[in-house]
Write a protein that binds this ligand. Sequence first.
Ligand SMILES: Cc1cc2nc3c(=O)[nH]c(=O)nc-3n(C[C@H](O)[C@H](O)[C@H](O)COP(=O)(O)OP(=O)(O)OC[C@H]3O[C@@H](n4cnc5c(N)ncnc54)[C@H](O)[C@@H]3O)c2cc1C
Length: 316
Amino acid sequence: MKNIGIIIELDEGKIKEINFGMITLARAPDSDLFAFVLDADVTAVREDLESYGITKIVDVALASDQRNNPAVRAKAIANGIKEYGIGAVFGLSTATGKDLLPRIAAQLEAPLVMDCFTVDLENNLAWTSRYSGKTSASIKVTGDIVVFGVRPNAVEPVKGQVSSRILKFDGSRIVSRGFKFVKRAAGDTSVKISLAEADVIISGGRGMKNGDNFSILSKCAEKLNGAVGASRAAVDSGWVPYSMQVGLTGEKVSPRVYIGCGISGSIQHFAGMKTSGLIIAINTDKHASLMADCDYSVLADVLELIPEITRHLENG
Ligand SMILES: Cc1cc2nc3c(=O)[nH]c(=O)nc-3n(C[C@H](O)[C@H](O)[C@H](O)COP(=O)(O)OP(=O)(O)OC[C@H]3O[C@@H](n4cnc5c(N)ncnc54)[C@H](O)[C@@H]3O)c2cc1C
């Protein structure tokens, strides 16, 4: 029996939906699944975790002045992983995970594969994209402990009801000598749903013509309960912030539906969204790459079509 550790991401004490696909991927026959929950009310998330197969919930407590310190968070989880004899660790390849997982792997001197879209735990193999998504690599890792960063939404969540035990893990004496936490500042508060978590992403490129026109996409995304993304051309033009960039050097996303609006479909953009469930391209140029690399292409002016769709959604 292998003990598997899963680092749970929360948002204001609530569990993020993107955890459930990762837990589904980590489930293996005869394994004990340990969910590490940092500095939160574990009773509030217990029911959800049990419904996806978590058998042990590790309630990690940190000193109040250390809880935002990334080095302390990593050390606490690494210590817990050693304490419970865990052989494989799963976390999310989100902005938080990209900060936390390499620190944990370094603490454990364990191999790490980020942005995995699937993992074969029995053979310690992980699959991840290479060469701008043109090919995928299967990476074999060896070691007593191995760490995987899982691409959000890459795996369909499947329920598997169990009951769990809560284990208290005291990390309150862990302090960091290398880092001092100074301040926590809110990011863009207008963002209701992050790119990583969204089921629907509507992204704009140079075809949006200017930054103001992105409000057309925001209105439509709101109706679809989705998020707004962008190509690098839109970001580099200063129309939208970098946090919205999808692609090789931006966020890699796997929503159920991806709508590319006025985006030509460069390999660098495609690398970041090719694993989406359904890809719809809207472009005035039928020869644009994304019009071929998609499930449905719509030859239309995005500045006319999207407001029309939104109007129908509002009236519906
Ligand atoms: C190392 C490196 C990393 C990169 N990383 C990224 C990355 O992470 N993400 C990324 O996106 N790019 C990245 N790029 C940039 C990438 O190569 C492209 O330059 C960029 O993706 C182009 O953005 P775009 O499709 O919005 O613009 P364009 O290629 O200019 O395409 C605009 C499209 O809009 C269409 N259009 C115009 N008007 C309308 C309209 N009214 N209605 C509908 N369609 C319209 C046009 O027909 C055209 O197809 C990277 C490049 C490099 C070299």
